[in-house]
Ligand binder design. Structure first.
Ligand code: AMP
Length: 288
């Protein structure tokens, strides 16, 4: 695996690979890699001939009171995992190269509507930071395929919309969520949890499963709008009782991310909840 820090070197590498007819796969990450990230790399390796993974903790997607400073940075272990996976190039840009115009003055890419609710409501500006950095990275790497996790369901939807609206010549591939044995979605932020919180954390996924089981099985005909609201309220209460501070718990149409209605067949339950200061997110999609 080669490690690349400069845009010029990255462009030369990509040019050379493309001249040999290689298809380029890309996996953007913020590092502290776990099996979820590696699954994305494996998918990219399956779909493409040459895979670039980036590790960059993007300041533009963190709010003022969020965990930018303490976000785990584990580059040595990350490199080892990427080598083991067979990743070809690790791209490690610096903020001065990404945001050449300075963070404040920089051009932003904004996807409206889809970014308003859920994580967008709790983390103002977060998705603008994500779409901006992903656009810049796409322009630098010029991948044929980019792989993102369904764990960040809203992020995946926002990126698909951006790629479509801006006619970006890249195929976006979504990968299912990789979980710990007890069901907790793997996340770099799980490392913030103490032993007790870690035990409790699995209840987030269990609650999502209970909601989707009820949606599938508990209604003689299809659930109606009041049923959705009731299930959301029940789930929030369960999470609160378990020791979480629920941020949101929303049953939505999988394509629009708007509140689900009785007509929707593709449904996703989106959840975010705090354990102490740690914010966990997860989701489950079903077809009714
Ligand atoms: P992050 O480093 O957290 O920004 O995540 C980088 C990419 O990995 C994003 O596309 C995430 O959706 C994806 N990802 C993170 N955790 C998981 C997981 N448990 N399963 C699958 N993909 C994941």
């Amino acid at each position: 695996m080669i490690t690349i820090q400069r845009e010029k070197e990255l462009r030369a590498t990509i040019r050379q690979q493309k001249s040999q007819g290689k298809r380029i796969g890309f996996v953007p990450t913020m590092g502290n890699l776990h099996d979820g990230h590696i699954a994305l790399v494996n998918r990219a390796l399956h779909l493409c001939d040459y895979v670039v993974t980036s590790v960059y903790v993007n300041p533009l997607q963190f709010g003022a009171n969020e965990d930018l400073e303490k976000y785990p940075r584990t580059l040595v272990a990350d490199k080892e995992k990427l080598v083991q996976a067979g990743n070809h190039a690790l791209f490690l840009p610096q903020t001065s190269q990404i945001y050449t115009g300075g963070l404040e003055e920089h051009t932003k890419v904004v996807v409206p509507n889809l970014t308003e609710d859920h994580c967008g409501a709790s983390r103002p500006g977060h998705f603008d930071g994500v779409t901006t950095v992903v656009s810049i990275l796409f322009n630098m790497v010029q991948p044929d395929v980019a792989v993102f996790g369904q764990k960040d369901f809203q992020q995946l939807a926002v990126i698909r919309k951006m790629v479509q609206d801006l006619h970006m010549p890249v195929t976006v591939e979504g990968h299912p969520t990789i979980r710990e044995d007890d069901g907790l979605a793997m996340s770099s932020r799980n490392g913030y949890l103490d032993a007790n919180q870690r035990k409790t954390a699995t209840i987030l996924y269990q609650t999502l499963q209970q909601t989707t089981d009820k949606l599938k099985n508990s209604f003689s005909s299809k659930p109606v709008n009041d049923d959705f609201a009731l299930l959301e309220t029940e789930a929030r209460a369960k999470l609160t009782e378990a020791g979480f501070r629920p941020d949101y718990y929303n049953i939505v149409a999988s394509d629009t991310l708007r509140p689900a209605t009785a007509d929707d067949k593709e449904i996703t339950v989106l959840a975010a909840a705090y354990l102490g200061n740690t914010r966990l997110i997860d989701n489950i999609s079903i077809t009714l």
